[in-house]
Ligand binder design. Structure first.
Ligand code: GDP
Length: 453
């Protein structure tokens, strides 16, 4: 029997309502010790999942709130266990006293994510759904929320489950024939599974390809602002962020470290990284900053190269331009247009060149349009995008293992050699869905082939 856990589920700030949640076998018994229904009847007799008006008491028995309680009986609850929720007035003091009373009555404090962990362990959610719950809570755009909601609803699970099932069938068929030769089981021919393996490898590849967009959906576009000192990089970051986040001075090299700021530029979330001026220097502290700039530029989804348009390009500018040339997405910004036009778009070897004035905000609309062109794709944000690095890594490994299996099949390797790769693919997929390979194959052998008689 697992302990009954309790926690405030709505945060600890003042709000109109606040919810205390209990989950576990003893939920109702514990809740009854701190709650009296207005109708005088015990909570255990309340209809399932119906709100009941009553009084909440603190651990001394003193009434502290008039609230609603709802009792949901297992297994049709979020955690799969008996659950009670108290919908209280959202005073942090009320919620703390109510929670304390539940602890005194026998509940224990829930750990982080424990309700969702129980939902997973009790089979209410698979791992893709459980992980998406936190993505949904943390989503900062409607698109990110929609994708996470799709995954909570099982979109990713539905994509991976049929693949996993087919691979389980394949492995269990092979093992059943091998381990139970006397049973009446259809002969095993690996070549019969070649088409299935190919189709699933393709699906896994396509899924892995959604990660680029999914990552941006979840974290925003990582944009490195690069350029030599004093061209207006920090001013640009401040103009985009709308307030003074980076220190702006006219002494070259003031931005010693990288500064990060998350901003919405039109419909795109940018994680702006203002780097120290990229230039060769003997100063050690600054040299670290320069190295970080190089790294930031390498790891960024987008490079915003800034130059001072009031002065001709210098060799320093040219070096940084070379660095940008290796990047897929780079936009050149000719800043300080209010001071003159010593640099014109034709001087810069970039597909996108935009004159701007960081001081007045001129040109930022065009920048917003350009970023939108580069990063807003009409991909469905319905849960089909992989947004999580761990999931991406596992799906890639599953795909690689499937490719090896197909290769082995082509080379005429023995079924057990090929199946090693198939099982590896399943194991990698299991890291995403939470399945355990061996157990699944074993379970299927008995269930499908009825050999355990
Ligand atoms: P960074 O070293 O590249 O980060 O450059 P800063 O943002 O610190 O700016 C250096 C100097 O240029 C500061 O004095 C800014 O006020 C000035 N500056 C930045 N953008 C503009 C602009 O568009 N027009 C004018 N006139 N001055 C600017």
């Amino acid at each position: 029997m697992s302990h009954t856990i309790a926690a405030v589920s709505t945060g600890h700030q003042i709000s109109a309502i606040g919810i205390i949640r209990l989950s576990g076998e003893e939920s109702c018994a514990i809740a009854q010790k701190v709650f009296t229904a207005m109708n005088g009847r015990p909570l255990s007799e309340a209809p399932d999942r119906k709100l009941l008006l009553g009084q909440l008491h603190d651990r001394t028995g003193r009434p502290i709130d008039q609230c609603m309680a709802v009792y949901a009986r297992e297994p049709h609850t979020y955690t799969g266990e008996d659950t009670v929720e108290f919908h209280c007035h959202g005073s942090p003091a009320v919620l703390a006293a109510g929670l304390d009373a539940l602890f005194a009555a026998g509940a224990r404090p829930a750990q982080r994510g424990e309700f969702t962990k129980r939902a997973f362990l009790n089979g209410q959610l698979d791992l893709t759904q459980a992980e998406a719950v936190i993505d949904l809570i943390e989503a900062d755009t409607a698109d990110a929320a929609a994708n996470a909601a799709g995954q909570v609803g099982g979109k990713l699970k539905k994509k991976l489950s049929p693949i996993y099932q087919d691979l389980t069938d394949l492995c269990s068929h092979f093992h059943a024939v091998l381990d139970y030769p006397d049973e009446d089981i259809e002969d095993f021919g690996l070549e019969n599974y070649a088409a299935t393996l190919r189709t699933h490898a393709k699906t896994l590849y396509a899924l892995s390809q959604t990660y680029g967009q999914g990552r941006i959906l979840r974290h925003g576009v990582a944009a490195a602002i690069v350029g030599k000192p004093n061209v207006g990089k920090s001013s640009l970051l401040n103009a985009l962020a709308g307030f003074d986040r980076a220190i702006v001075t006219d002494i070259p090299g003031t931005t010693r470290d990288t500064v990060e700021e998350s901003v919405m530029l039109g419909p795109t979330r940018l994680r702006l990284i203002d780097t120290a001026g990229i230039r060769e220097t003997a100063d050690t502290v600054e040299a670290i900053g320069v190295e970080r700039s190089r790294q930031a530029a390498e790891e960024a989804d987008l490079i915003l190269f800034v130059c001072d348009g009031s002065q001709p390009l210098s060799p320093e500018d040219e070096d940084i331009i070379d660095l940008c040339g290796e990047h897929d997405n780079a936009i050149a910004l000719i800043n300080k247009t209010d001071l003159g036009n010593a640099v014109v778009p034709g001087d810069l070897p970039f597909t996108m060149v935009i004159p701007i004035c960081a001081k007045t905000g001129e040109g930022l609309d065009q920048l917003s349009d350009a970023v939108e062109v580069l990063f807003q794709q009409d991909l469905p944000c319905d849960g089909s995008l992989l947004t999580n690095a761990r999931q991406y890594d596992a799906v890639r490994r599953a795909y690689d293992a499937m490719l090896r299996a197909l290769q082995g099949l082509k080379l005429g390797l023995t079924p057990d050699a090929v199946l090693t790769d198939v099982e590896e693919a399943m194991s990698a997929m299991g890291e995403v869905t939470g399945n355990t390979v061996r157990e699944d194959i074993t379970a299927r052998i008995f269930e499908r082939f009825c050999v355990g008689k």
